[in-house]
Design a protein around this ligand. Structure first.
Ligand code: AMP
Length: 210
């Protein structure tokens, strides 16, 4: 199954994509992760993306379209994949339609209040990539998986979050009607903070057994 996870930042797309990837044995393709890795490695793509990401703006369509087009040609995508954070503009969706056939679009719905709460408390591990929320850390500042000191993503700082929400509303939310018109959208309301419950909603939306 070729799946798109669509939703605002902080909706839990990455968390659920990682779980579903293991459950279905199909890869999670996160353009945000690919771009952050490119920045860490100092590649030309990383250099192009850095300023946009830090301001909460979108990286140019051509850059991310090329990344995804190339990634989908790899052998591990043959039995399906989860696109996490792509497409984010109608131009990206149109380009995707020329080289991929999408089966379902899971639309994560949650309030701005919940988004801000989640992003402001989100911490990531620079070593193993695990994402966690401060409410689950009981005051600890280290990664519960590998013990590394956790960090806050620069684009999770309040001034950037505001811009990311604006960018989502203006440039990405129009994709909901774009894919509704193609009969692909499965809405899930995931304001609750219990990951297992939200994950059950994701699975149900895709017609998967519990
Ligand atoms: P994410 O990890 O999905 O929240 O993405 C982090 C940042 O990477 C976004 O705020 C954008 O700056 C950039 N980014 C990720 N995916 C895309 C995309 N499909 N189009 C443009 N920019 C993207």
């Amino acid at each position: 199954m070729n799946i798109i996870f669509l939703g605002p930042p902080g909706a839990g797309k990455g968390t659920h994509a990682q779980r579903l990837m293991q459950e279905l044995s199909i890869p999670q393709i996160s353009t945000g992760e690919i771009l952050r890795a490119a920045i860490r490695e100092g590649t030309p793509t990383g250099l192009k993306a850095k300023a946009c990401i830090e301001k909460g703006e979108l990286v140019p369509d051509a850059v991310v379209i090329d990344i995804v087009k190339e990634r989908l040609q790899q052998a591990d995508c043959a039995n399906g994949y989860i696109l996490d954070g792509f497409p984010r503009t109608v131009a990206q969706a149109e380009a995707l339609g020329t080289f991929a056939k999408i089966d379902a679009v899971v639309n994560f719905i949650l309030s701005d209040d919940a988004i801000i709460r989640r992003l402001s408390g989100r911490r990531v591990c620079p070593k193993c990539g695990n994402t966690t929320h401060i409410s689950a850390l009981n005051g600890s500042t280290v990664c519960p998986v590998c013990g590394e000191e956790l960090v806050q993503r620069k684009d999770d700082l309040p001034e950037t979050v505001e811009n990311r929400l604006k960018v989502y509303a203006e440039q990405t939310a129009p994709l909901i009607s774009y894919y509704q018109a193609r009969g692909l959208v499965r809405d899930i309301v995931c304001d609750g903070h219990i990951v297992d419950e939200n994950h059950a909603l994701v699975r149900q939306s895709l017609g998967l057994e519990d």
